[in-house]
Design a protein around this ligand. Structure first.
Ligand code: X8Z
Ligand code: ZN
Length: 610
């Protein structure tokens, strides 16, 4: 997670308030009291006051996520309560500075101030406490989720159920694991419903129409324009996704039978190797791989055979970053991170990166296993960590991604340089025999992650935006969820669903309250970033062959962007790196051009669509 990405992100405290106002006090200020600070002074004060408050929130949230108990939930909720109280009061005061003179940095900081949480609370203390308790409890419910079909001995957690989704090819076993996990989300429904009411109330007090409108306001453009941008980007990539869906369906039909996977219909969601059907890489090797005899395998086998552990995987990622001129990770990273699932307590295993708001205290929380997906994930997480380190010298309110999609795109951009040649060089796959078949295999492997993800990246907030605006009512939560998932992804639930289910809650970011459009944007702009970095490296071949490993010129260009944090509109930052001020899918389409042509050929005469 980025700091602006935790369940509350940037919560804070109360003590600091005294110096800023006489709020709630009808008496005249004592003689000698300081005059109202100027806008510049006000922002300087906020930056200073936020620091200790955020440090406490980070400590409390880290403790909860790495040791889920009743007590750690209480402490996390309290710390976030103090943060939200501070944020609410400070945002209120900031309204007094709308037309005040100040530097451009101050004006930007005033705008950013009210976006420092994904869950704004109402000013009413009882409601605020209720909100923070709900979020702590939803986080704990997700982390502790287990499917226990026949008593405590039979329990399986998300890692184990995900392993079944990834490796089993038994239709019934897949359905069972899918349903078992989705059942764990049922009890979240009433809590989520109440969360929506409370956070919407908070968003309105902050001056937004609802929480969705607030989330869409973080992109240096009017919220409606942003929504239209996201729709435009989806329109650019949709034709390629539809070809992928059609191809995958054909391959799955061969495996499971036309009766289970009929042409012209959505694909059963449990068959794509992932609990949410969001990436399909786990079915690449044995189902999607176009030319089984040509090279390009996943690194899974070697990682297991060579017994790579979590530290080795993390060091491998660190080595990539240092090869482009980035610094080594601080010693405390190794001392304080949680890299594997502890055996003695409940934790939230979903991978995240933490900026503890103390010089150089950066951490990863992850339950790493020796497989390629987790290798890519640790490279992804270190992208967040290096962003934190590069922008650490900026004023606190600028210590964030240019927008949240940038934060998600850093490590993924690096992963685009984890080419078959790179994997071979670090001993994880055999040498590539160059051929047209190998190129198509590699493209399919990448697309099973990068193209398969796109509609899922769009759909989660499509659902939440409508929930927050009231367009989706609580009595239609699940029905609306599946309508959107079917419409965008072309997948269907394995068994009939009802409003007793709460399937959105089975995805971490919903109970975790992390906005999701960031990932959709990231999957588009990481290709723009890669193209720019490859240009900086002087690379001349096709985009999908480029790796910036070891290239200091590319690293310098990358670092220059990371150091800017959120200090200027993202369009300016984007322009410095890529020469354009727009997010655009032309780079991802250029990358996958060989595959798109191949798919069009393969799918000829098929009944595509659903
Ligand atoms: O949540 C994540 C990262 C942490 S920011 C592991 N991702 C999304 C997901 O898992 O759903 C990365 C890609 C999409
Ligand atoms: Zn991330």
């Amino acid at each position: 997670m980025t700091r602006a990405a935790g369940h509350l992100f940037r919560a804070v405290g109360v003590i600091a308030l005294a110096s800023l106002s006489f709020a709630g006090c009808s008496q005249a200020p004592p003689t000698g009291a300081a005059a109202k600070p100027t806008a510049d002074e006000f922002i300087a004060q906020v930056n200073a006051e936020l620091k200790p408050i955020l440090r406490e929130v980070a400590a409390a949230d880290w403790t909860q996520a790495t040791d889920i108990t009743l007590d750690t939930q209480i402490l996390s909720a309290r710390a976030n309560d103090r943060y939200l109280e501070y944020l609410g009061a400070t945002t209120e005061k900031a309204k007094g500075y709308v037309d005040a003179p100040g530097t451009p940095a101050t004006k930007r900081s005033l705008m950013l101030l009210k976006l420092q949480t994904s869950a704004p609370a109402p000013a009413d203390p009882a409601k605020r406490a209720e909100l923070t308790e709900i979020l702590a409890s939803l986080g704990a419910m997700y982390g502790e989720g287990k499917y226990c079909p026949s008593g405590p001995e039979s329990c399986r957690n998300i890692d184990q159920l995900s392993e079944t989704l990834a490796t089993s090819r038994d239709y019934q076993a897949l359905t069972d694991a899918w349903v078992g996990w989705h059942d764990t989300a049922r009890p979240m429904r009433p809590k989520y419903q109440r969360f929506v009411e409370l956070a919407n109330e908070g968003a309105r007090e902050f001056g937004f129409a609802d929480l969705g409108a607030m989330w869409r306001s973080g992109y240096d453009m009017p919220p409606d324009e942003f929504a239209a941008e996201a729709t435009r980007l989806w329109g650019q990539v949709k034709p390629l996704y539809n070809e992928m869906q059609c191809y995958a369906r054909g391959r799955l039909a061969k495996r499971y039978g036309e009766d289970k996977v009929p042409a012209g219909k959505p694909i059963p969601a449990q068959l794509l190797g992932n609990m949410w059907a969001q990436t399909w890489n786990k079915v690449y090797d044995d189902i999607l791989k176009p030319y089984p005899k040509a090279s390009i395998e996943s690194a899974d086998r070697e990682l297991k055979q060579q017994k790579w552990d979590a530290v080795r995987m993390t060091k491998s990622a660190e080595t990539f970053y240092t090869s482009i001129g980035f610094p080594a990770l601080p010693q405390t990273f190794w001392e304080r991170s949680m890299l594997v699932r502890p055996r003695d307590r409940e934790v939230v295993c979903h991978a995240s990166a933490w900026d503890m708001d103390d010089a150089n205290d950066v951490r990863i929380k992850m339950c790493m296993q020796p497989n390629e997906e987790d290798l890519f994930t640790i490279y992804h997480e270190l992208g967040h960590v290096y962003y934190y380190l590069w922008y650490n010298d900026l004023p606190l309110l600028f210590q964030n991604g240019a927008h949240d999609g940038f934060h998600e795109a850093i490590g993924d951009t690096v992963n685009l340089s984890v080419t078959p040649e790179y994997l071979h060089r670090i001993g994880l796959v055999s040498a590539v025999r160059p051929s047209r078949e190998a190129v198509i295999n590699q493209q399919m492997k990448m697309a099973s992650e990068k193209i398969a993800f796109l509609p899922f990246g769009k759909v989660i907030d499509e659902w939440r935006w409508k929930v927050f605006s009231g367009e989706i009512r609580p009595e239609h939560y699940n029905e609306a969820w599946w309508k959107l998932r079917t419409q965008y992804q072309g997948v269907a639930p394995p068994v009939t669903r009802s409003e007793a289910d709460f399937d959105p809650g089975a995805k971490y970011h919903v109970p975790g309250n992390t906005p999701y459009t960031r990932y959709f944007l990231s999957f588009i702009i990481q290709f723009q970033f890669q193209k720019a970095l490859c240009d900086a490296a002087g690379f001349k071949g096709p985009l999908h062959e480029c790796s910036i490993f070891g290239n200091k010129a590319a690293g310098e260009k990358f670092a220059a962007m990371l150091k800017l944090g959120q200090s200027e509109p993202w369009q300016d930052t984007m322009e410095k790196l890529t020469g354009t001020r727009q997010m655009d899918a032309s780079a991802i389409l250029e990358y996958f051009a060989p595959l798109q042509a191949w798919l069009a050929e393969q799918n000829k005469g098929q009944a595509c669509g659903w």
